[in-house]
Design a protein around this ligand. Structure first.
Ligand code: FES
Length: 109
């Protein structure tokens, strides 16, 4: 657990020029694995990109209310076909967000 906390603390921060407020420049690893989700075709979902939502992998608007992660925005997305489940990214390192690309396999856990 201590190691997990340290990883979050190590995230570097940067000050945005506009606001001079500090925001994490690397998303928190919400889950070190993919998240299997049942998604309804043509329904709009908000995928959490910051990693701080309590409703992973979906945004719970923590990004709007927490000054510590101000500046992060969710990805709005839809699927157009129905399948048993979709593999959404839990580690926030996928290059195909919101979908898992296997990047969690390269995490140093
Ligand atoms: S809570 Fe993470 S992007 Fe909104």
């Amino acid at each position: 657990m201590q190691q997990e906390e340290n990883k979050e603390i190590k995230h570097s921060e940067l000050a945005t020029k506009e606001s001079q407020e500090k925001v994490p420049c690397i998303a928190k690893i919400a889950k070190p694995h993919l998240l299997r989700c049942k998604l309804e075709p043509n329904k709009t979902y908000l995928y959490c990109t910051c990693g701080y939502s309590n409703t992973q992998p979906f945004c719970d608007k923590t990004c709007d209310t927490s000054k510590d992660i101000k500046g992060w925005k969710p990805i709005e997305f839809k699927v157009t076909v129905e399948q048993t489940f979709w593999s959404l990214c839990g580690c926030k390192r996928s290059k195909s967000e919101p979908f898992c690309d296997g990047s969690h396999n390269t995490l140093d856990w």
